[in-house]
Design a protein around this ligand. Sequence first.
Ligand SMILES: [Zn+2]
Length: 401
Amino acid sequence: MQLRCFDSKCAATLDLHGGALACPRCGELLELALNSTPLNPAALKELWSERRRSRDPRDISGVWRYREVLPEYAAEEIVTLGEGNTPLVRGHRSAQWAGVGDLQFKHLGWNPTGCFKDLGMTVGMTEARHAGAKVVACASTGNTAASMAAYAARAGVVGRVYLPAGQVSLNKLAQALDFGAEVVEVVGSFDDALNTLLESTGEGIYFLNSINPFRIEGQKTTMYELLDQLAWQSPDYLVVPGGNLGNSAAFGKAFDEMLRLGLIGRAPKMIVVQAAGANPFAQLWESGAAELTAVAEPETVATAIRIGNPRSWKKSLRGVQQTGGQVLDVTDEEIAEAKAIIGRDGIGCEPASAATLAGIRKLRRAGKIAEGASSVAILTGHVLKDTNFIIRTHQRQEAHA
Ligand SMILES: [Zn+2]
């Protein structure tokens, strides 16, 4: 694999393990380029299927099982908690509520720290240790902090997290503390926390933020696992919550690769759903503007996607455009209602995840999704990630009863 500038006009290439997060020539984000694999598509599918019977920790991981499409490391270098392997769960009440016939949830909240972040962190942390990092750092709305703290503990390096003070769910903060991270609280928003992080420098610090291209590689394996579960037949739609847009960026990259490798004949249309109070990407999509305008003071109950200036928007946009998808936003009320329905399916999720179901209903009502279409919605976080939200919602309902 090769580390290169995301801007195809620049196309600068860099040292794979140099730790760069931006192109030194033009400042654009970087990505790992997969040019080929040693096996043909049928042989890859067979190999990945066979590995489900193996006891090798790399094969047990739902990320490293697909290591032919990841950067290469020695077996003993890999930092894993057995991430991935999340099931597809059919949402019967949810489908009825949204007015669609065929809806499944891919619940990434059923990962080791209760969030999809683990899928990227296993690769990011492996690379950090490979590069000789002593301290790893990230800014976070909470989930990344919890995940990075856990994987740093596994790797035996110091984890340092920058959080917006008073804006992080206590459940997520508790996780970071339990895993032994150093917590730095920053007055302001997530975007302020990220800026503070980027200004901090020091010997041996490795940045594990959402723009880290190795994290994107881990997250992209979600789509390999999903298509593997679906016998390599794409659903009509893949629906993803949109905050910093790292996930949709990763998924778009996965579809591009899988098509080029001949693993699938058609990709699902990727739909990104933002919260109305933190919707710079939806605004960009609506207006057709060439550049993203940040939302200065993002506000939504879905704290995991309360991000005003998503760094990965160009990568995400490429995926949405290449798959013929779209971007939209939904209100906090719609998110809360959808979340309660997902709970009534016995599944549960954190508020940001429920934006997917709210988005499907909105598109269905607008006639933009056919009733018979098949959809897979990505749930990103576990129901226990924000228990305060649930208690408050139910107390309000009781007060009104
Ligand atoms: Zn460049």
